[in-house]
Ligand binder design. Structure first.
Ligand SMILES: Cc1cc2nc3c(=O)[nH]c(=O)nc-3n(C[C@H](O)[C@H](O)[C@H](O)COP(=O)(O)OP(=O)(O)OC[C@H]3O[C@@H](n4cnc5c(N)ncnc54)[C@H](O)[C@@H]3O)c2cc1C
Length: 436
């Protein structure tokens, strides 16, 4: 029998985490990435402790992560009136055995890509190769259909195909031809970064405003000792009632700060100057907050979906990239248990598709920002003492339920053994004995 080969469609954070995992457990893989050149695109994202743990187990060290981001210390919600609604420590400060990281999405992506290429060789990632679909073969293998940047087409056959090709996944489109179009609930995000002085703990994630009109602000670099400034990621967000007026299909369109500045022009506090932060951006992007309706399975025989291809979700819970990393590790776990087989994919589907689909719907309902909805509903955002609006126990129980559902409950994570033990490898298939 020939050595198994896993084909991966898409070399984003999910595809690279899977490629690194397969390399670690001794499974051959090839990554097909549609763009001709990978660049450090995007702005800030959070990597939750459960996913940081997996990066550490992949040999991505704290020193490496410190070059692309900063450990997060606090998560806080603040009302439009500038008063605190909820705050809790995060990462190591919260008692997790692993930090939470706020990173630059593109720089983390490049770190994973370069690490994989250094370990597996340049030829393991094929750039400018778009997977347009797949064919399941009678012998149980699968063929990925490829279109190259030069206009040519080719095919590649492997044991399994994993669609890590993002929210517009071609693999998913073939697996679920009747899926509804991308879902948009009316929220638009403008994103950017600016150099500014960090507030609160110096590494706090701050959700400021109401659930339909808010800023999310957090640093993604350490403070420069010379200037006292850090790179601050900001997301300015407004929810529109009439969604027919806007185009919800764009993704990362570059815009001018002037286009949306008026929504936040008077958001000035003694501890935070939002207009100055927006004006300080080198570049700003607009993208609608979109996701996809959950599907009942991510698997079609030797083909599986992972990452945004499986479960694109609103970024309100900061768990899109973290879940993509957990998907990759779970696929590795299942291949260790079942070999490089469709059974491994079925076990992956069984474990994650149901609960993560619930998370998609939970994030649609505002995710952990749900506390802002409650404040709006109960007092219209006007309060002196938050305890009179939502008692502390109710705030704590709301957040506890969210974190348990999102898979980053602290005690369970700290007590859990490694997902993939050090040094384990998928056994090579037994050689076919020659006929006597
Ligand atoms: C350019 C870019 C910028 C982003 N910026 C942010 C951000 O600032 N904040 C945030 O919260 N999230 C951002 N995201 C989304 C975030 O990275 C994901 O939600 C999360 O990391 C899960 O990653 P993924 O690997 O499943 O999908 P993605 O990160 O979307 O990666 C998918 C990869 O597959 C490639 N691809 C797509 N179709 C095909 C195909 N048919 N064949 C082969 N390759 C294909 C894409 O080029 C991409 O590299 C961004 C995504 C991209 C692609």
């Amino acid at each position: 029998m020939t050595e198994p080969l896993v084909l991966i469609a898409g070399g984003g954070i999910g595809g690279m985490a899977l490629a690194l995992t397969l390399h670690q457990i001794g499974v051959r893989c090839k990554v097909f990435e549609s763009v001709r050149e990978l660049k450090p695109l995007g702005v800030g994202i959070n990597i939750q402790p459960n996913a940081v743990r997996e990066l550490f187990d992949l040999g991505i060290t704290a020193d490496m992560l410190d070059k692309v981001g900063v450990p997060a210390r606090e998560w806080a919600l603040v009302g439009r009136n500038g008063q605190e609604i909820y705050a809790e420590p995060r990462g190591l400060e919260a008692g997790y055995n692993w930090p939470q990281y706020a990173v630059h999405r593109g720089e983390l992506h490049m770190l994973l890509y370069e690490t994989f290429r250094a370990r597996a060789g340049e030829e393991a990632v094929i750039l400018g190769a778009k997977v347009t679909g797949y064919r399941k073969n009678p012998d149980g293998t699968v063929t990925a259909l490829l279109r190259h940047a030069d206009g040519s087409s080719s095919e590649e056959t492997g044991t399994l195909l994993i669609g890590a090709d993002g929210i517009h996944s071609a693999v998913r489109a073939q697996m679920h031809p009747d899926q509804p179009p991308i879902h948009w609930g009316g929220a638009v995000m403008w994103r950017g970064t600016a150099m500014a002085k960090p507030v609160r703990t110096g590494s706090s994630f701050i959700g400021l405003g109401s659930h339909r009109h808010r800023m999310v602000i957090y640093p993604i670099s350490p403070v420069d000792p010379q200037t006292g400034l850090a790179r601050i990621n900001w997301i300015a967000e407004v929810t529109y009632d009439d969604i027919s007026k806007r185009d919800a299909t764009g993704w990362f369109r570059q815009v001018e700060v002037e286009d949306f500045f008026h929504h936040f022009s008077d958001w000035t506090y003694d501890w935070m100057d939002v207009p100055a932060l927006l004006r300080g951006a080198d570049v700003a992007y607009e993208n609608p907050m979109i996701d996809r309706d959950p599907v009942d399975t991510w698997v079609d025989g030797p083909v599986a979906l992972m990452g945004d291809a499986a479960h694109a979700m609103y970024p309100t819970g900061s768990n899109g990239a973290s879940q993509a990393i957990i998907d990759a590790r779970t696929l590795g776990v299942m291949m260790l248990a079942h070999g490089v087989t469709p059974e491994a994919l079925a076990a992956f589907d069984e474990k994650l598709c149901g609960p993560v689909s619930q998370l998609i719907l939970r994030n649609r309902g505002a995710g952990p920002f749900g506390l802002l909805n409650m404040v709006d509903e109960r007092c219209g955002g006007d309060f002196d003492n938050i305890d009179d609006v939502i008692p502390p126990e109710e705030r704590a129980s709301f957040m506890g339920a969210y974190k348990a559902a999102a898979g980053f409950a602290k005690d369970a994570l700290n007590a859990a053994p490694r997902m993939i033990a050090e040094g384990v490898r998928v056994p090579a298939p037994a050689p076919v004995s020659a006929p006597v």
